[in-house]
Design a protein around this ligand. Structure first.
Ligand code: HEM
Length: 173
C-alpha cells in the first residue's frame, strides 16, 4: 500500500487485469526455501537467499522485484526489477528487467499452464559493466504442486556456452 499511496480505492489493490490472468500464479511475496544454488563453470558453487515481490496495480502487466542476499551475512547481492507483460489473447510473454549490475534485458517466451519459459530477446549494459558480457539468458518459472515457485536461470557469456547459473525455489509468505 505504501508504494502505491496514490492509487484510488483506499489503497486496496485493484482487480487483476483480465489480460494477466494466465500469470496470476506468480503473484505474491516469495522467500527462498531452501536457499538458492548458484553455479557456473568459472566460479565456485554458492548459495543465496532471495526475496521476491510480484504485484500489480490493475494495469495489464505485473511488477516484480528480485532481491538476493548473502546467506550468512545477509549482505545485499544481485537485485533486479521490472515488468512482465502478456500479448493480449495469446500466451506470449515479455519479461523486462533492470539489474543492479548495469544490465537491462528483455526476454520473451510463453506461459503454458503454471510454467513460464523465456529467453533473452535483447540485452543492454552500461559501458563499465563487469566482464564477461552476458550474451544469452534463458529462464523458467514454474508453480509446483506443493505451492512453491521455482526459478531456473541459464546464461551464455563471451567465455562460456549456455550453462545453468541459478536454481531456486520460493515459498509464498
Ligand atoms: C557471477 C550474470 C543473477 C550471484 C556472474 C557472472 C555473470 C552473471 C555474467 C560472471 C560469470 C563469469 O565470471 O564467468 C548474472 C545474470 C543474472 C544473475 C545475467 C540474472 C539473470 C545472480 C543472482 C545471484 C548471483 C540472483 C545471487 C546472489 C553471482 C555470484 C557471482 C556471479 C556470487 C560470482 C562472483 C561475481 O562475479 O560477482 N553472474 N547473474 N547472480 N553471480 Fe550472477
Amino acid at each position: 500500500p505504501y508504494l502505491n499511496m496514490l492509487l484510488s480505492q483506499d489503497c486496496e489493490t485493484p482487480q487483476l487485469n483480465p489480460v494477466m490472468e494466465p500469470l496470476s500464479w506468480m503473484l505474491g511475496t516469495w522467500l527462498s526455501d531452501p536457499p538458492g544454488d548458484g553455479t557456473f563453470p568459472t566460479m565456485k558453487p554458492f548459495q543465496y537467499l532471495e526475496e521476491v515481490h510480484i504485484s500489480h496495480v490493475g494495469q495489464p502487466m505485473l511488477n516484480f522485484s528480485f532481491n538476493a542476499f548473502h546467506p550468512d551475512t545477509r549482505k545485499p547481492m544481485h537485485r533486479e526489477c521490472g515488468f512482465i507483460r502478456l500479448k493480449p489473447d495469446t500466451n506470449k510473454v515479455a519479461f523486462i528487467s533492470a539489474q543492479n549490475t548495469g544490465m537491462v534485458e528483455v526476454e520473451e517466451g510463453e506461459v503454458n499452464g503454471q510454467e513460464l519459459s523465456i529467453a533473452s530477446h535483447s540485452i543492454a549494459r552500461m559501458s563499465f559493466a563487469k566482464k564477461p558480457d552476458v550474451e544469452q539468458i534463458t529462464r523458467k518459472f514454474r508453480l509446483n504442486s506443493d505451492g512453491k515457485l521455482e526459478q531456473t536461470v541459464s546464461m551464455a557469456t563471451t567465455t562460456q556456452p549456455m550453462t545453468q547459473h541459478l536454481h531456486i525455489t520460493y515459498k509464498k509468505v
